[in-house]
Design a protein around this ligand. Structure first.
Ligand code: NAP
Length: 251
């Protein structure tokens, strides 16, 4: 009986001790997870703090070509950007019914193209986000990740000239500046004139940059592939190889 009582007492103690150990352990793990997340946040904040000017290169990139790369590098130099993040569109809101290359193939071509520039990065932000890729959602997300950073959204002037019909345009222009890359001899269209009617504090956030290399176009490259004409020297070799080995733009 004594033995039974002693054993039960010891057993209870063990359970209690074990129970305590378990709960201490879980507190320990929670603390570790907390510290880890703080460390990660600190790292993110530290990285974000080091970036005072950030470029976002937005486009369908179907495919990416030297015109885009020269534009991004030119904007980086001209506007003293610390880095440029390429964000290929997932579902372009204005091209819902137009056949486009599958998003992850466009992403892969862009990844290959930016790999050699230490100032360039790529993000699948828009591809992973379900639904149409609205720029407002993208710039809000980037502004959240990089608080206090001046954001420059770089894209083609044709796209920017349509900006007045984009979702929440005034909010976009209050969060970031636009760099509208133009081809040589580009005529500012009728829609562009409407931008002049925007309040001065928003209009001043649309900047223009002429890029001779933008004589190259994705449309032109797709057409060349369809016609069996060469695309060498219009885009990086790695992208050309990807197009050839995956039979993209053949039909
Ligand atoms: P697009 O209408 O296909 O392109 C218009 C012109 O700009 C084309 O000549 C194109 O040349 C050129 N271009 C596109 N991106 C460029 C870049 N980053 N640098 C230099 N030139 C560029 O436009 P898109 O590519 O589909 O869209 C451009 C950006 O605007 C994307 O980020 C898109 O999400 C955004 N957007 C947002 C909304 C919205 O929020 N409602 C609506 C429309 C567009 P190539 O064909 O050679 O690329």
């Amino acid at each position: 009986m004594k033995w039974f009582t002693a054993t039960t007492w010891c057993w209870n103690c063990n359970i209690q001790a074990y129970g305590k150990r378990v709960s201490y352990m879980s507190y320990f793990y929670i603390l570790l997870a907390f510290l880890h997340s703080r460390r990660y946040n600190c790292f993110m904040n530290k990285e974000a703090r080091q970036i005072s000017r950030l470029g976002i290169m937005g486009g369908t990139f179907d495919p990416i070509h030297f015109g885009h790369l020269v534009t991004a590098e030119g904007a980086r130099y001209e506007y003293k950007l610390d880095k440029v993040i390429f964000i290929p569109t997932g579902q372009p809101p204005h091209k819902q019914n137009i056949k486009r290359t599958e998003p992850w193939s466009r992403f892969e071509m862009t990844r290959l193209a930016v790999a050699t520039n230490p100032f360039f990065e790529i993000s699948p932000l828009e591809i992973e986000r379900p639904g149409p890729s609205y720029t407002i959602d993208t710039v809000q997300e980037i502004a959240r990740l990089f608080p206090g950073t001046q954001i420059y959204f770089i894209t083609g002037a044709d796209a920017v000239s349509e900006i007045l019909i984009w979702k929440k345009v005034e909010q976009i222009l209050s969060i970031c500046r636009f760099i509208a890359a133009t081809r040589p001899g580009y005529k500012l269209g009728e829609t562009w004139k409407k931008i002049d009617e925007l309040p001065q504090d928003l209009k001043k956030n649309i900047l223009c940059m002429e890029v001779p290399a933008l004589a190259i176009s994705s449309t032109g490259i797709r057409q060349r592939v369809r016609e069996g004409r060469p695309i060498k020297y219009l885009l990086p070799e790695s992208v050309e190889e990807y197009i050839t080995s995956n039979n993209i733009y053949q039909d």
